[in-house]
Structure formats: C-alpha cells, structure tokens
Design a protein around this ligand. Structure first.
Ligand code: CUA
Length: 351
C-alpha cells in the first residue's frame, strides 16, 4: 500500500470520527443524572458509544476511500478481478467484534451487579401499580401512602414493586432505572438518589388506554426534610387508625380524594367536572341504589368503593374498577369521599 493511501485513509477516518464524537459530546443527549446508579449506567453508555465511534470511523474511511480510489471510469465495462476470500482478514473481523462484545458484556455485568448490591440502612418503599396510577407506601411510617414518590438524597432505597392488574414498568429517566411490575411477582429496584429535585416518574410499558396518563413524580428531598415529612405521614395514619378524628389537621375534602385517585378517568360526576364513561355515571347513584335495592345511599356508595364487584350496574363491565381502595384510602379519606358522592349525586338527581 502506498504511503499516500495510508495518509488518505487516516485523514478520512479521523475526520469521520471527529464529526461523530462532536455529535455525541456536544449535544445534550441525556437528562441530568440524579442517582449513584445513573453514573454507572452512563459509563456503560459512553463505553459503547466510544466503540461505535471508532468502528464508524474505520468503516467510513474504507468506504469513502474505496469509492474515490477504485471508481470505474465511464467507458470501463470490465468485471473486477476475481477475489476468493482472505483468511487473515476473516480472522480479524471475527476476533475484533468478539473482543468488543465480550468487553461490553463484562462492563455491563459489573455495573448491573454493583447497582443491585445491597447497601446498609436501606429505606424500603412499596410501589403499587394499577391501571392507571401509582401508589407508594412507606413501611417505616405505618405504611403511609403517597401518590408521588418521595425519597431522601444520599440514602440507599429499595423499591418493592407489585402490580394489581397488568404489566407496568417503573421508569425515572434521571435515575436511569427501568423495571417491570408483573402481576403475581414482587420486583425490586435499588436507587441511591444523589440530587435534590423533582423528576418525572412514568409507566414505560403499554398497559392500556390510560398508559400515557400513568405518570407522577419522584421528589428527592434533603434527608432532614424527608424525615420530617415521613414523621408527619406516620402521625397522620396513626391518627386515622384511632377513628373519630377531629384533631388539629383539616379533614380531607371528598373532591380532592376523588381527583387524587383518578376517579374522573372512568366516571362522570357533574360536581367534580368529571366526564369518564368507562364506569357507571355517578350522577345517577340515587337511581342505581334503588335498582340495587340498597339503602341507605351512603352504605351503598361505601360498599361500591371498597368492594366494587358486590353490585355491578347493568351495562357496565365487571372487575374493571380497582378493588384496592379499601386498603389505599385512609378512613378519613373514605368518609369524605362517601359523603361527597352522596351529596353530589343527591343534588344531581334533584337537578
Ligand atoms: Cu402502566 Cu403503562
């Protein structure tokens, strides 16, 4: 091979590699990283990208050089010289990918096992997914539950995840974590958040009509603020277990419970501005209770929330409403919701 050819190949390769590296490095491809695991995942990502850029540079150099150097002249109709393989080249292009793929596998394996490693003083959070909402509960605080995931910065967290219906997936891009939630299994994710902030938490598995709406937030707080919040939640649940309530804290409003639990995605209720059509029309609860021969209305409404399959209004699907509100709603929330639904439907039946 002539010296000029080697210089040309090298020049084209460096140029192609430089352009590819600039595109990779100068554009902000990734969201900020907000967990210790994210740093390791990003390392794997950039390790693979570096290999890809090198291969791209070699392929681009050989291809562009060959196009320019060996192009047939317009009047040249001859076949090229017959070539029957090259053992040396074949060994090279088998060995090189083998080494690269093995290296990627080893690096990925080390990173995944480090990300999954148990840490000390781990905070456990139960994650429950159902069409189409997330619930997070904290065993350290009487299983106080929250519709957003709050985590302390700097502490190792294990999410113990369950699905009540179909397969969902937990994904916070800034944590670089994605894990399926599978009915009948408990799956786990380790996160050590290291950046205070609010990040989107999305369902990353097509799980039904409301999949795109199945999103909430992960809020990483300073440890002291998190501890204060958790204590407050614990006291709130402790108070509700005693019943009676009436303490210093304001009682939850039925409308806010209705909205926080996404009731409006399936039900119509004028008083809440809700127009869902999957489940029964809650403006007609008075008529439904008569059809069900159930009285009083409040007892019918309460039973229908806790045990939705006890009475199915004709024309609506069975087993579609989550059967978990008896566990996920606190007693004051349930009371407020029942009272709100009774008043709103009585008003609607008169109007
Ligand atoms: Cu749950 Cu998509």
């Amino acid at each position: 091979m002539r010296r000029g050819s080697i210089v040309a190949l090298l020049g084209i390769g460096l140029l192609a590699g430089g352009v590819a590296a600039a595109v990779a490095l100068l554009l902000p491809w990734l969201p900020v990283d907000a967990s210790r695991q994210a740093g390791r995942i990003d390392f794997v990502f950039w390790f693979v990208i570096a290999i890809c850029i090198a291969i791209f540079a070699i392929v681009a150099a050989v291809m562009i050089y060959a196009i320019l150097r060996f192009r047939a002249r317009p009047d040249d109709h001859e076949d090229g010289p017959p070539i029957h393989g090259h053992t040396g080249l074949e060994i090279v292009w088998t060995l090189v990918p083998f080494v690269l793929v093995t290296a990627i596998a080893i690096v990925s394996g080390v990173v995944l096992s480090r990300n999954d490693a148990e840490a000390t003083n781990t905070l456990h959070v139960n994650v429950t997914a159902q069409q189409f909402e997330w619930t997070f509960s904290y065993p350290d605080a009487n299983n106080a539950s929250s519709p957003v995931l709050r985590l302390p910065a700097g502490r190792s967290v294990e999410l113990d995840m369950r699905s009540l219906d179909v397969i969902h997936a937990f994904f916070v891009p800034q944590f670089r974590t994605n894990e399926d939630l599978v009915p009948g299994l408990v799956t786990h994710v380790h996160i050590t958040p290291d950046r205070v902030g609010t990040f989107p938490l999305i369902c990353n598995e097509l799980c039904g009509l409301g999949h795109a709406l199945m999103r909430t937030e992960a809020i990483v707080m300073k440890p002291a603020a998190f501890d204060a919040w958790l204590k407050q939640q614990q006291q709130a649940t402790g108070g509700s277990a005693g019943g009676g309530g009436g303490g210093g804290q304001a009682a939850p409003s039925g409308l806010s419970v209705f909205k926080a639990n996404s009731c409006s995605s399936c039900h119509t209720l004028t008083a809440a501005g809700a127009t869902g059509t999957i489940g029964p029309d809650l403006d007609k609860l008075v008529a439904y209770a008569k059809q069900a021969k159930a009285a009083p209305l409040a007892a019918f409404v309460r039973r229908s929330i806790i045990d939705p399959n006890a009475y199915i209004q004709p024309g609506y699907p069975k087993s579609t409403m989550p059967q978990t509100f008896g566990q996920t709603l606190s007693t004051p929330e349930l009371n407020a919701l029942v009272q709100f639904l009774v008043q709103a439907s009585e008003k609607a039946s008169k109007g």
